[in-house]
Write a protein that binds this ligand. Sequence first.
Ligand SMILES: NC(=O)c1ccc[n+]([C@@H]2O[C@H](COP(=O)([O-])OP(=O)(O)OC[C@H]3O[C@@H](n4cnc5c(N)ncnc54)[C@H](O)[C@@H]3O)[C@@H](O)[C@H]2O)c1
Length: 454
Amino acid sequence: MMNDEIKHSYLKTQNSGLKAQNFKKVCVLGLGYIGLPTAAFLANKGYEVRGVDVMQDVVDIINQGKIHIVEPDLNAFVKTAVNNGKLKAFTKPSEADIFIISVPTPFHENGHDIPTPNIEYVINATKSIAPYLKENNMVILESTSPVGTTEKVAETIRELRSDLFPQNNSKFKIQNSKLFIAHCPERVLPGKIMHELVENDRIVGGLTKESTEKVAEFYKTFIKGEVLKTDAKTAELSKLVENSFRDVNIAFANELSIICDKFGIDVWRLRELANRHPRVNILLPGVGVGGHCIAVDPWFIVANAKNEAKLIKTARDVNNYKTEWVIEKIKNEALEFEIENKKKPKIACMGLAFKPDIDDLRESPALHVAKRLTNELDDVVCVEPNISLKTIINSDGPKLELVEIGNALAVSDIVVFLVAHREFKDLEISGKKVLDFCGIAEKKLFKYEVGAKK
Ligand SMILES: NC(=O)c1ccc[n+]([C@@H]2O[C@H](COP(=O)([O-])OP(=O)(O)OC[C@H]3O[C@@H](n4cnc5c(N)ncnc54)[C@H](O)[C@@H]3O)[C@@H](O)[C@H]2O)c1
């Protein structure tokens, strides 16, 4: 069942504009957290959607009207779209009017101080659509991308399809392209994707003014938020800057938590007090910063502006350091327990996802902590209520032991809260050492969240 608010938004946008233009067939490349909701939403709006993913099992699950990720309300959209024949998934693209690229843009773990952006998935997806492109097609890059990537998409197409980039004065110019190529970054929040997909404002930045206009027209057919028009590079940087802003502010909160620990001050209380200032809004400290976006995107700026992006780089370092600091705190606690009790403690790691109430483990600092503890200490169990107990996590490293909440609390000596999942909120814990790195113990987080300013 779609929730009422989403259904309402959906109906309000339902007939706006689709008739006004001739673009009906959409090919979405990459059916993950961004591509699948987008594909399912467009299919529910009447577009004929060909969803493409290189993973055969993803394609098979979607064609059964099911989903392979956890996201509220998404299953209803996918089921309806597949049953109506509007959404079909394949491992290869085919001809369409609009191509949306929503493939991963991770970074290269090159062992250097500054990871570098990996746009290979974007380039491969672009190559895969090149044979099917026709004059007047739109090519929209939704993947979060370093500045200049949309231009690289155009260059890649030009190398394979020079017929779509006629020569002018014996020179190829992107401006002469017969395609409408633009970047439209996605800024949805996992857990609220189906709502934010419609409600959020969107930025459309074309390689030409005409591309911006055409692509903006397309987004206006299905979103309720405002469509803001700019050029491709500004659109690319705006997405990176949004996440860097978050990263810098979280770094401040994380640094504060370490300073408070040094002085024996409760950071949650301090935050509550400081936030009573009318122009102060300190974010929540945690185990670090994770996920596909905030922990990754700032590097896309730093890698290409090493000398200029000093604060952004420092924020990344502070947030990464917080995770190492948490590991050291837990190891010290384990050592103290061992000295006192003449036996090694059993440790329960509560939460593995990169933030509360989702199943996403990408770049998760909590997962990093659990892996390191499992590797370095004897007896560690993990709880992640959003993931099936049968899931094999960390297949290439030490096997993490996933258990139920009750089981973890029954067997452990030290309980470490890493993620403030709702399932942990009302737990009664006694006779154990509790280490709280996400403000959930004693329900502090929830009490303070009510009072904290947005
Ligand atoms: N997840 C989020 O909350 C979020 C929010 C905003 C922006 N983004 C950005 O959106 C992009 C996609 O992220 P995601 O979370 O959906 O990733 P994801 O890993 O969930 O999904 C990407 C999918 O693309 C597929 N894929 C890889 N190469 C492909 C190719 N050549 N052709 C077709 N499919 C291919 C993968 O198999 C995978 O299923 C990234 O750039 C990310 O930074 C993500």
